[in-house]
Design a protein around this ligand. Structure first.
Ligand code: NBP
Length: 482
Protein backbone atom coordinates (compact mmCIF):
# COMPACT_ATOMS: atom_id res chain seq x y z
CA UNK A 1 0.00 0.00 0.00
CA UNK A 2 1.34 3.40 -0.95
CA UNK A 3 -1.58 5.83 -1.08
CA UNK A 4 -3.18 7.72 1.84
CA UNK A 5 -6.52 8.05 0.09
CA UNK A 6 -8.04 7.29 -3.32
CA UNK A 7 -10.49 8.75 -5.79
CA UNK A 8 -12.64 6.70 -8.20
CA UNK A 9 -13.96 8.71 -11.14
CA UNK A 10 -11.68 11.20 -12.87
CA UNK A 11 -14.14 13.40 -14.77
CA UNK A 12 -14.22 17.12 -13.90
CA UNK A 13 -15.00 16.75 -10.19
CA UNK A 14 -12.90 13.68 -9.39
CA UNK A 15 -9.84 15.01 -11.21
CA UNK A 16 -10.03 18.35 -9.38
CA UNK A 17 -10.54 16.72 -6.00
CA UNK A 18 -7.61 14.34 -6.57
CA UNK A 19 -5.36 17.29 -7.44
CA UNK A 20 -6.59 19.21 -4.39
CA UNK A 21 -5.70 16.22 -2.15
CA UNK A 22 -2.26 15.94 -3.77
CA UNK A 23 -1.65 19.69 -3.39
CA UNK A 24 -2.12 19.15 0.35
CA UNK A 25 0.59 16.51 0.50
CA UNK A 26 -1.51 13.34 0.31
CA UNK A 27 -0.53 10.46 -1.91
CA UNK A 28 -3.65 9.80 -3.98
CA UNK A 29 -4.65 6.57 -5.69
CA UNK A 30 -6.64 7.36 -8.84
CA UNK A 31 -8.91 5.08 -10.83
CA UNK A 32 -11.49 5.48 -13.58
CA UNK A 33 -13.76 2.95 -15.36
CA UNK A 34 -12.20 3.87 -18.69
CA UNK A 35 -8.44 3.68 -18.18
CA UNK A 36 -7.73 6.19 -20.96
CA UNK A 37 -9.12 8.89 -18.67
CA UNK A 38 -6.65 7.87 -15.93
CA UNK A 39 -3.80 8.00 -18.45
CA UNK A 40 -4.93 11.43 -19.59
CA UNK A 41 -5.11 12.58 -15.96
CA UNK A 42 -1.57 11.33 -15.31
CA UNK A 43 -0.20 12.96 -18.44
CA UNK A 44 -1.71 16.31 -17.43
CA UNK A 45 -1.22 16.39 -13.67
CA UNK A 46 1.35 13.80 -12.53
CA UNK A 47 3.88 16.52 -11.70
CA UNK A 48 1.46 18.32 -9.33
CA UNK A 49 1.85 15.73 -6.56
CA UNK A 50 2.03 12.04 -5.70
CA UNK A 51 -0.51 9.91 -7.56
CA UNK A 52 -0.83 6.13 -7.80
CA UNK A 53 -2.75 5.29 -10.97
CA UNK A 54 -4.68 2.01 -10.96
CA UNK A 55 -6.08 0.10 -13.93
CA UNK A 56 -8.71 -1.77 -11.95
CA UNK A 57 -10.67 -1.27 -8.75
CA UNK A 58 -8.90 -4.30 -7.28
CA UNK A 59 -5.51 -2.72 -7.96
CA UNK A 60 -6.81 0.60 -6.61
CA UNK A 61 -7.96 -0.95 -3.31
CA UNK A 62 -4.67 -2.81 -2.94
CA UNK A 63 -2.76 0.48 -3.27
CA UNK A 64 -4.51 2.12 -0.29
CA UNK A 65 -3.10 2.12 3.24
CA UNK A 66 -5.42 0.86 6.01
CA UNK A 67 -8.00 1.84 7.05
CA UNK A 68 -8.63 2.43 3.37
CA UNK A 69 -10.39 5.61 2.33
CA UNK A 70 -11.91 5.87 -1.15
CA UNK A 71 -13.87 8.82 -2.50
CA UNK A 72 -16.32 8.04 -5.30
CA UNK A 73 -16.81 10.86 -7.81
CA UNK A 74 -18.91 9.29 -10.56
CA UNK A 75 -22.28 10.00 -12.11
CA UNK A 76 -25.03 9.81 -9.50
CA UNK A 77 -27.45 6.84 -9.60
CA UNK A 78 -26.60 3.34 -10.84
CA UNK A 79 -22.92 4.17 -11.61
CA UNK A 80 -22.45 4.97 -7.90
CA UNK A 81 -24.04 1.62 -6.91
CA UNK A 82 -21.80 -0.19 -9.41
CA UNK A 83 -18.65 1.38 -7.96
CA UNK A 84 -19.76 0.72 -4.36
CA UNK A 85 -20.37 -2.96 -5.18
CA UNK A 86 -16.95 -3.32 -6.71
CA UNK A 87 -15.17 -1.50 -3.88
CA UNK A 88 -16.96 -3.68 -1.32
CA UNK A 89 -15.66 -6.80 -3.07
CA UNK A 90 -12.09 -5.87 -2.18
CA UNK A 91 -12.40 -3.68 0.91
CA UNK A 92 -12.42 -4.89 4.53
CA UNK A 93 -14.33 -4.00 7.71
CA UNK A 94 -13.16 -0.64 9.06
CA UNK A 95 -12.49 0.79 5.60
CA UNK A 96 -14.34 3.95 4.49
CA UNK A 97 -16.21 4.66 1.27
CA UNK A 98 -17.14 8.31 0.65
CA UNK A 99 -19.66 9.16 -2.06
CA UNK A 100 -18.96 12.75 -3.11
CA UNK A 101 -21.51 12.74 -5.95
CA UNK A 102 -24.88 14.44 -5.95
CA UNK A 103 -26.77 11.45 -4.57
CA UNK A 104 -30.43 11.55 -3.53
CA UNK A 105 -30.38 11.35 0.28
CA UNK A 106 -32.66 8.30 0.41
CA UNK A 107 -30.24 6.42 -1.86
CA UNK A 108 -27.48 7.39 0.57
CA UNK A 109 -29.55 6.05 3.50
CA UNK A 110 -30.06 2.75 1.67
CA UNK A 111 -26.39 2.49 0.68
CA UNK A 112 -25.20 3.30 4.19
CA UNK A 113 -27.38 0.50 5.57
CA UNK A 114 -26.12 -2.03 3.01
CA UNK A 115 -22.45 -1.07 3.22
CA UNK A 116 -22.30 -0.74 7.02
CA UNK A 117 -23.81 -4.24 7.29
CA UNK A 118 -20.47 -5.39 5.83
CA UNK A 119 -18.56 -3.48 8.52
CA UNK A 120 -17.43 -0.86 5.99
CA UNK A 121 -18.22 2.79 6.72
CA UNK A 122 -20.24 4.66 4.15
CA UNK A 123 -20.16 8.46 4.06
CA UNK A 124 -22.54 10.39 1.79
CA UNK A 125 -20.73 13.69 1.35
CA UNK A 126 -22.26 16.71 -0.38
CA UNK A 127 -19.58 18.59 -2.31
CA UNK A 128 -20.41 22.10 -3.45
CA UNK A 129 -18.55 24.64 -5.53
CA UNK A 130 -18.31 22.83 -8.87
CA UNK A 131 -15.02 21.96 -10.52
CA UNK A 132 -13.20 25.04 -9.25
CA UNK A 133 -14.37 24.42 -5.68
CA UNK A 134 -13.22 20.80 -5.86
CA UNK A 135 -9.78 22.00 -6.96
CA UNK A 136 -9.27 25.04 -4.76
CA UNK A 137 -11.44 24.12 -1.78
CA UNK A 138 -15.07 23.03 -1.75
CA UNK A 139 -17.68 23.33 0.96
CA UNK A 140 -18.30 19.75 2.10
CA UNK A 141 -21.22 18.18 3.90
CA UNK A 142 -20.35 14.65 5.05
CA UNK A 143 -22.90 12.35 6.71
CA UNK A 144 -21.93 9.05 8.29
CA UNK A 145 -20.65 7.40 11.46
CA UNK A 146 -18.72 9.31 14.13
CA UNK A 147 -15.87 6.84 13.69
CA UNK A 148 -15.48 7.52 9.98
CA UNK A 149 -15.55 11.28 10.67
CA UNK A 150 -12.55 10.89 13.03
CA UNK A 151 -10.47 9.43 10.18
CA UNK A 152 -11.76 11.80 7.50
CA UNK A 153 -11.74 15.05 9.51
CA UNK A 154 -8.06 16.05 9.09
CA UNK A 155 -8.10 15.27 5.36
CA UNK A 156 -11.40 16.99 4.60
CA UNK A 157 -10.46 19.99 6.71
CA UNK A 158 -7.19 20.31 4.81
CA UNK A 159 -8.81 20.33 1.37
CA UNK A 160 -11.97 22.31 2.24
CA UNK A 161 -12.50 25.98 1.48
CA UNK A 162 -11.59 28.30 4.32
CA UNK A 163 -14.10 30.89 5.53
CA UNK A 164 -12.81 34.47 5.95
CA UNK A 165 -12.07 33.70 9.64
CA UNK A 166 -9.96 30.68 8.58
CA UNK A 167 -12.45 27.96 9.60
CA UNK A 168 -12.59 25.01 7.19
CA UNK A 169 -15.92 24.74 5.39
CA UNK A 170 -16.67 21.17 6.40
CA UNK A 171 -18.46 19.68 9.38
CA UNK A 172 -19.90 16.31 10.29
CA UNK A 173 -23.56 16.93 9.44
CA UNK A 174 -25.02 13.77 10.99
CA UNK A 175 -25.61 10.08 10.28
CA UNK A 176 -26.35 8.36 6.95
CA UNK A 177 -28.24 10.68 4.52
CA UNK A 178 -27.87 13.92 6.55
CA UNK A 179 -24.96 15.27 4.49
CA UNK A 180 -26.59 14.72 1.12
CA UNK A 181 -29.86 16.11 2.49
CA UNK A 182 -28.17 19.37 3.52
CA UNK A 183 -26.41 19.56 0.15
CA UNK A 184 -29.79 19.11 -1.56
CA UNK A 185 -31.30 22.00 0.40
CA UNK A 186 -28.20 24.08 -0.35
CA UNK A 187 -28.96 23.58 -4.04
CA UNK A 188 -32.65 24.45 -3.50
CA UNK A 189 -31.64 27.71 -1.84
CA UNK A 190 -29.25 28.31 -4.75
CA UNK A 191 -32.23 28.05 -7.14
CA UNK A 192 -34.19 30.69 -5.22
CA UNK A 193 -31.16 32.98 -4.84
CA UNK A 194 -30.55 32.86 -8.61
CA UNK A 195 -34.20 33.40 -9.49
CA UNK A 196 -34.44 36.39 -7.12
CA UNK A 197 -31.43 37.97 -8.78
CA UNK A 198 -32.99 37.27 -12.19
CA UNK A 199 -36.27 38.87 -11.11
CA UNK A 200 -34.38 41.95 -9.88
CA UNK A 201 -32.61 42.17 -13.23
CA UNK A 202 -35.89 41.80 -15.14
CA UNK A 203 -37.53 44.62 -13.18
CA UNK A 204 -34.62 46.94 -13.89
CA UNK A 205 -34.40 45.85 -17.51
CA UNK A 206 -38.04 45.82 -18.56
CA UNK A 207 -39.52 48.01 -15.83
CA UNK A 208 -36.89 50.73 -15.71
CA UNK A 209 -35.44 50.33 -19.20
CA UNK A 210 -31.86 50.05 -17.90
CA UNK A 211 -29.14 48.43 -20.01
CA UNK A 212 -27.33 45.24 -18.94
CA UNK A 213 -24.20 47.35 -18.36
CA UNK A 214 -26.07 49.73 -16.05
CA UNK A 215 -27.68 46.85 -14.19
CA UNK A 216 -24.26 45.19 -13.89
CA UNK A 217 -23.02 48.37 -12.20
CA UNK A 218 -25.96 48.24 -9.79
CA UNK A 219 -25.10 44.62 -8.87
CA UNK A 220 -21.49 45.68 -8.32
CA UNK A 221 -22.74 48.31 -5.87
CA UNK A 222 -25.05 45.80 -4.18
CA UNK A 223 -22.07 43.55 -3.63
CA UNK A 224 -20.82 46.14 -1.13
CA UNK A 225 -24.00 45.83 0.94
CA UNK A 226 -25.70 43.11 3.01
CA UNK A 227 -26.23 41.34 -0.32
CA UNK A 228 -22.50 40.69 -0.71
CA UNK A 229 -22.28 37.21 -2.22
CA UNK A 230 -20.68 35.13 -4.93
CA UNK A 231 -23.91 35.04 -6.96
CA UNK A 232 -24.31 38.84 -6.92
CA UNK A 233 -20.66 39.22 -7.89
CA UNK A 234 -20.90 36.85 -10.88
CA UNK A 235 -24.20 38.43 -11.94
CA UNK A 236 -22.38 41.74 -12.45
CA UNK A 237 -19.73 39.87 -14.42
CA UNK A 238 -22.34 38.22 -16.71
CA UNK A 239 -24.17 41.51 -17.27
CA UNK A 240 -20.96 43.37 -18.17
CA UNK A 241 -19.90 40.71 -20.67
CA UNK A 242 -20.22 41.53 -24.38
CA UNK A 243 -20.61 38.77 -26.98
CA UNK A 244 -17.50 38.51 -29.21
CA UNK A 245 -19.53 37.55 -32.28
CA UNK A 246 -22.27 40.18 -32.25
CA UNK A 247 -21.04 42.94 -29.95
CA UNK A 248 -24.32 42.60 -28.02
CA UNK A 249 -24.53 42.04 -24.27
CA UNK A 250 -24.04 38.29 -23.79
CA UNK A 251 -27.25 38.11 -21.74
CA UNK A 252 -29.21 39.08 -24.87
CA UNK A 253 -27.62 36.33 -26.95
CA UNK A 254 -28.12 33.49 -24.48
CA UNK A 255 -31.33 31.48 -24.96
CA UNK A 256 -33.75 32.13 -22.07
CA UNK A 257 -34.25 28.47 -21.10
CA UNK A 258 -32.79 27.65 -17.69
CA UNK A 259 -31.59 24.09 -17.23
CA UNK A 260 -31.70 21.93 -14.12
CA UNK A 261 -30.26 18.64 -12.97
CA UNK A 262 -32.85 17.73 -10.34
CA UNK A 263 -31.64 18.75 -6.88
CA UNK A 264 -34.07 21.71 -6.80
CA UNK A 265 -36.92 19.38 -7.68
CA UNK A 266 -35.84 16.93 -4.94
CA UNK A 267 -35.79 19.79 -2.41
CA UNK A 268 -39.36 20.70 -3.25
CA UNK A 269 -40.66 17.11 -3.46
CA UNK A 270 -39.07 16.33 -0.10
CA UNK A 271 -40.47 19.50 1.45
CA UNK A 272 -43.93 18.53 0.22
CA UNK A 273 -43.66 15.12 1.82
CA UNK A 274 -42.37 16.65 5.07
CA UNK A 275 -45.20 19.21 5.00
CA UNK A 276 -42.83 22.20 5.01
CA UNK A 277 -43.68 25.15 2.75
CA UNK A 278 -40.61 26.10 0.72
CA UNK A 279 -42.53 28.42 -1.56
CA UNK A 280 -39.52 30.49 -2.66
CA UNK A 281 -37.57 27.42 -3.76
CA UNK A 282 -40.65 25.84 -5.38
CA UNK A 283 -41.43 28.96 -7.41
CA UNK A 284 -37.80 29.15 -8.52
CA UNK A 285 -37.95 25.53 -9.76
CA UNK A 286 -41.26 26.19 -11.54
CA UNK A 287 -39.87 29.38 -13.11
CA UNK A 288 -37.04 27.35 -14.66
CA UNK A 289 -39.64 24.81 -15.80
CA UNK A 290 -41.74 27.49 -17.52
CA UNK A 291 -38.66 29.02 -19.15
CA UNK A 292 -37.95 25.69 -20.84
CA UNK A 293 -41.50 25.03 -22.09
CA UNK A 294 -40.57 26.17 -25.58
CA UNK A 295 -43.69 25.13 -27.46
CA UNK A 296 -46.09 26.46 -24.87
CA UNK A 297 -44.28 29.79 -24.80
CA UNK A 298 -44.24 30.04 -28.59
CA UNK A 299 -47.98 29.31 -28.73
CA UNK A 300 -48.58 31.93 -26.03
CA UNK A 301 -46.76 34.50 -28.17
CA UNK A 302 -49.11 33.73 -31.05
CA UNK A 303 -52.12 34.47 -28.80
CA UNK A 304 -50.91 38.08 -28.52
CA UNK A 305 -52.40 38.44 -25.05
CA UNK A 306 -52.90 42.03 -24.12
CA UNK A 307 -51.28 43.37 -20.98
CA UNK A 308 -50.19 46.59 -19.35
CA UNK A 309 -47.10 48.43 -20.61
CA UNK A 310 -44.08 46.79 -19.01
CA UNK A 311 -42.17 50.04 -18.58
CA UNK A 312 -42.80 51.74 -15.25
CA UNK A 313 -43.96 55.32 -15.62
CA UNK A 314 -41.69 57.35 -13.38
CA UNK A 315 -39.95 60.69 -13.08
CA UNK A 316 -36.21 61.31 -13.47
CA UNK A 317 -35.30 60.61 -9.86
CA UNK A 318 -37.60 57.67 -9.42
CA UNK A 319 -35.51 54.90 -11.01
CA UNK A 320 -32.83 55.36 -8.36
CA UNK A 321 -35.36 54.94 -5.55
CA UNK A 322 -36.96 52.03 -7.40
CA UNK A 323 -33.81 50.04 -7.72
CA UNK A 324 -33.09 50.73 -4.07
CA UNK A 325 -36.53 49.25 -3.40
CA UNK A 326 -35.71 46.26 -5.60
CA UNK A 327 -32.58 45.65 -3.50
CA UNK A 328 -34.71 45.62 -0.36
CA UNK A 329 -37.26 43.27 -1.94
CA UNK A 330 -34.41 40.99 -2.96
CA UNK A 331 -32.95 40.96 0.54
CA UNK A 332 -36.28 40.30 2.26
CA UNK A 333 -37.20 37.50 -0.18
CA UNK A 334 -33.74 35.98 0.19
CA UNK A 335 -34.14 35.85 3.97
CA UNK A 336 -37.49 34.06 3.50
CA UNK A 337 -35.92 31.50 1.13
CA UNK A 338 -33.17 30.71 3.64
CA UNK A 339 -35.67 30.55 6.52
CA UNK A 340 -37.73 28.04 4.54
CA UNK A 341 -34.67 25.96 3.57
CA UNK A 342 -33.52 25.76 7.20
CA UNK A 343 -37.07 24.81 8.26
CA UNK A 344 -36.85 21.90 5.83
CA UNK A 345 -33.56 20.76 7.38
CA UNK A 346 -35.09 20.98 10.86
CA UNK A 347 -38.11 18.93 9.78
CA UNK A 348 -35.91 16.26 8.19
CA UNK A 349 -33.77 16.18 11.33
CA UNK A 350 -36.89 15.28 13.32
CA UNK A 351 -38.18 12.80 10.73
CA UNK A 352 -34.90 10.92 10.31
CA UNK A 353 -33.45 11.43 13.77
CA UNK A 354 -30.52 13.57 12.68
CA UNK A 355 -29.19 16.07 15.17
CA UNK A 356 -28.14 18.79 12.72
CA UNK A 357 -26.33 21.88 14.00
CA UNK A 358 -27.84 24.63 11.84
CA UNK A 359 -25.27 27.22 12.94
CA UNK A 360 -22.51 24.88 11.72
CA UNK A 361 -24.35 24.38 8.41
CA UNK A 362 -24.50 28.16 7.86
CA UNK A 363 -20.82 28.44 8.77
CA UNK A 364 -19.66 25.88 6.19
CA UNK A 365 -21.62 27.64 3.45
CA UNK A 366 -19.55 30.83 3.93
CA UNK A 367 -16.91 29.79 1.39
CA UNK A 368 -16.35 27.24 -1.34
CA UNK A 369 -20.00 26.90 -2.37
CA UNK A 370 -22.25 28.71 -4.80
CA UNK A 371 -24.45 30.38 -2.15
CA UNK A 372 -21.48 31.74 -0.19
CA UNK A 373 -22.49 35.11 1.16
CA UNK A 374 -21.62 37.60 3.86
CA UNK A 375 -24.99 37.29 5.57
CA UNK A 376 -24.35 33.62 6.40
CA UNK A 377 -22.34 35.00 9.35
CA UNK A 378 -25.57 36.57 10.58
CA UNK A 379 -27.43 33.30 10.04
CA UNK A 380 -24.89 31.24 11.98
CA UNK A 381 -24.98 33.82 14.82
CA UNK A 382 -28.80 33.64 14.87
CA UNK A 383 -28.80 29.83 15.18
CA UNK A 384 -25.89 29.86 17.62
CA UNK A 385 -27.77 32.15 20.00
CA UNK A 386 -30.98 30.12 19.76
CA UNK A 387 -32.85 33.16 18.41
CA UNK A 388 -33.68 31.33 15.16
CA UNK A 389 -34.73 28.01 16.73
CA UNK A 390 -38.30 28.33 15.41
CA UNK A 391 -37.62 30.42 12.32
CA UNK A 392 -34.79 32.53 11.03
CA UNK A 393 -37.36 35.29 10.54
CA UNK A 394 -37.78 35.61 14.32
CA UNK A 395 -34.11 36.29 15.08
CA UNK A 396 -33.83 40.01 15.95
CA UNK A 397 -31.38 40.88 13.17
CA UNK A 398 -33.57 39.29 10.48
CA UNK A 399 -36.83 40.56 11.99
CA UNK A 400 -35.39 44.10 11.81
CA UNK A 401 -34.13 43.52 8.27
CA UNK A 402 -37.52 42.25 7.07
CA UNK A 403 -39.33 45.11 8.79
CA UNK A 404 -37.08 47.73 7.27
CA UNK A 405 -37.51 46.19 3.80
CA UNK A 406 -41.21 45.48 4.05
CA UNK A 407 -42.59 48.68 2.57
CA UNK A 408 -40.26 48.55 -0.44
CA UNK A 409 -40.92 44.82 -0.86
CA UNK A 410 -44.68 45.40 -1.14
CA UNK A 411 -44.13 48.31 -3.51
CA UNK A 412 -41.92 46.28 -5.82
CA UNK A 413 -44.35 43.34 -5.92
CA UNK A 414 -47.25 45.74 -6.56
CA UNK A 415 -45.38 47.49 -9.38
CA UNK A 416 -44.41 44.16 -10.91
CA UNK A 417 -47.98 42.89 -10.85
CA UNK A 418 -49.32 46.19 -12.20
CA UNK A 419 -46.89 46.15 -15.09
CA UNK A 420 -47.10 42.46 -15.91
CA UNK A 421 -43.52 41.52 -15.06
CA UNK A 422 -43.50 38.09 -13.40
CA UNK A 423 -41.75 37.98 -10.02
CA UNK A 424 -42.85 34.61 -8.64
CA UNK A 425 -40.26 34.38 -5.87
CA UNK A 426 -40.62 38.00 -4.73
CA UNK A 427 -44.38 37.65 -4.53
CA UNK A 428 -44.57 34.14 -3.08
CA UNK A 429 -42.05 35.06 -0.37
CA UNK A 430 -44.13 38.07 0.55
CA UNK A 431 -47.29 35.94 0.62
CA UNK A 432 -45.51 33.45 2.92
CA UNK A 433 -44.50 36.28 5.23
CA UNK A 434 -48.04 37.68 5.26
CA UNK A 435 -49.46 34.21 5.90
CA UNK A 436 -47.04 33.72 8.76
CA UNK A 437 -47.87 37.01 10.47
CA UNK A 438 -51.66 36.57 10.12
CA UNK A 439 -53.39 35.68 13.37
CA UNK A 440 -56.26 33.96 11.52
CA UNK A 441 -56.00 32.34 8.11
CA UNK A 442 -58.89 31.40 5.83
CA UNK A 443 -57.98 27.77 6.47
CA UNK A 444 -61.00 27.70 8.82
CA UNK A 445 -63.22 28.04 5.75
CA UNK A 446 -61.33 25.24 4.02
CA UNK A 447 -61.89 23.00 7.04
CA UNK A 448 -65.59 23.85 6.87
CA UNK A 449 -65.68 22.91 3.19
CA UNK A 450 -63.83 19.66 3.88
CA UNK A 451 -66.19 18.76 6.67
CA UNK A 452 -69.20 19.46 4.47
CA UNK A 453 -68.20 17.48 1.42
CA UNK A 454 -66.16 14.72 3.00
CA UNK A 455 -66.99 14.64 6.72
CA UNK A 456 -63.29 15.26 7.32
CA UNK A 457 -64.15 16.79 10.73
CA UNK A 458 -62.73 19.94 12.23
CA UNK A 459 -61.33 21.29 15.48
CA UNK A 460 -62.72 24.26 17.40
CA UNK A 461 -61.06 27.36 18.78
CA UNK A 462 -62.95 27.07 22.08
CA UNK A 463 -62.99 23.36 22.90
CA UNK A 464 -60.67 20.35 22.55
CA UNK A 465 -61.70 17.40 20.41
CA UNK A 466 -62.81 16.60 16.90
CA UNK A 467 -66.16 17.76 15.57
CA UNK A 468 -68.45 17.25 12.63
CA UNK A 469 -71.44 19.34 11.61
CA UNK A 470 -74.63 17.71 10.42
CA UNK A 471 -74.79 20.11 7.51
CA UNK A 472 -78.32 19.03 6.48
CA UNK A 473 -81.05 17.14 8.25
CA UNK A 474 -80.29 14.03 6.25
CA UNK A 475 -76.54 14.41 6.73
CA UNK A 476 -76.12 14.67 2.93
CA UNK A 477 -74.72 17.83 1.31
CA UNK A 478 -77.55 20.08 0.17
CA UNK A 479 -75.80 21.09 -3.02
CA UNK A 480 -75.31 18.04 -5.22
CA UNK A 481 -72.64 18.10 -7.87
CA UNK A 482 -73.89 17.83 -11.44
P1 NBP B 1 -20.06 12.97 -14.37
O1 NBP B 1 -21.26 13.11 -13.52
O2 NBP B 1 -20.07 13.50 -15.73
O3 NBP B 1 -19.68 11.40 -14.43
C1 NBP B 1 -18.61 10.93 -15.21
C2 NBP B 1 -17.80 9.93 -14.42
O4 NBP B 1 -18.62 8.81 -14.03
C3 NBP B 1 -16.68 9.35 -15.28
O5 NBP B 1 -15.56 9.13 -14.45
C4 NBP B 1 -17.30 8.04 -15.75
O6 NBP B 1 -16.35 7.07 -16.13
C5 NBP B 1 -17.98 7.60 -14.49
N1 NBP B 1 -18.95 6.51 -14.67
C6 NBP B 1 -20.12 6.47 -15.35
BR1 NBP B 1 -20.80 7.84 -16.34
N2 NBP B 1 -20.75 5.30 -15.26
C7 NBP B 1 -19.94 4.52 -14.51
C8 NBP B 1 -20.04 3.19 -14.05
N3 NBP B 1 -21.10 2.45 -14.32
N4 NBP B 1 -19.03 2.73 -13.31
C9 NBP B 1 -17.97 3.47 -13.01
N5 NBP B 1 -17.82 4.77 -13.40
C10 NBP B 1 -18.80 5.29 -14.15
O7 NBP B 1 -18.75 13.56 -13.60
P2 NBP B 1 -18.57 14.94 -12.80
O8 NBP B 1 -19.21 16.09 -13.49
O9 NBP B 1 -17.13 14.99 -12.47
O10 NBP B 1 -19.42 14.71 -11.46
C11 NBP B 1 -19.12 13.66 -10.56
C12 NBP B 1 -20.15 13.67 -9.45
O11 NBP B 1 -20.07 14.90 -8.74
C13 NBP B 1 -21.61 13.56 -9.93
O12 NBP B 1 -22.36 12.80 -9.02
C14 NBP B 1 -22.09 14.99 -9.93
O13 NBP B 1 -23.49 15.09 -9.80
C15 NBP B 1 -21.35 15.53 -8.72
N6 NBP B 1 -21.15 16.97 -8.70
C16 NBP B 1 -20.84 17.63 -9.84
C17 NBP B 1 -20.63 19.01 -9.80
C18 NBP B 1 -20.23 19.74 -11.04
O14 NBP B 1 -20.16 20.98 -10.99
N7 NBP B 1 -19.94 19.06 -12.14
C19 NBP B 1 -20.75 19.69 -8.60
C20 NBP B 1 -21.03 18.99 -7.45
C21 NBP B 1 -21.23 17.64 -7.52
P3 NBP B 1 -15.91 6.96 -17.67
O15 NBP B 1 -14.79 7.92 -17.84
O16 NBP B 1 -15.47 5.55 -17.79
O17 NBP B 1 -17.10 7.25 -18.51
Amino acid sequence: AQANIGVVGLAAMGASLSRNLAHHGYTVAVCNRTYARTEHFMSEYADEGKFVPAKTVQEFVASLEKPRMAIIMVKAGQPTDDVIDELCTYMEPGDIIVDGGNAYFKDTMRREKEVSAKGIHFVGCGVSGGEEGALLGPSMMPGGSDESWKSLKPILEAIAAKAPDGTPCVTHIGPNGAGHFVKMVHNGIEYSDMQLIAESYDLMRRGLGMTPQEIGDVFDQWNNTDLNSYLVEITAQVLHKVDDKTGKPIVDVILDHAGMKGTGTWTVQTALSLGVPVTGIAEAVFARGLSSQTELREEAQKQQFKGPPRRFRCGREQPRSLYRAIRQALYASKIVAYAQGFNEITAAGKEYDWDIDLAAVARIWRAGCIIRAKFLNRISDAFESGAADVSLLFAPYFKDAIESCEHAWRDVVAQAVKHGIPCPVFSSSLAYFDGLRSKRLPASLIQGQRDLFGAHTYQRVDEDGTFHVLWTETGEPEVKMA
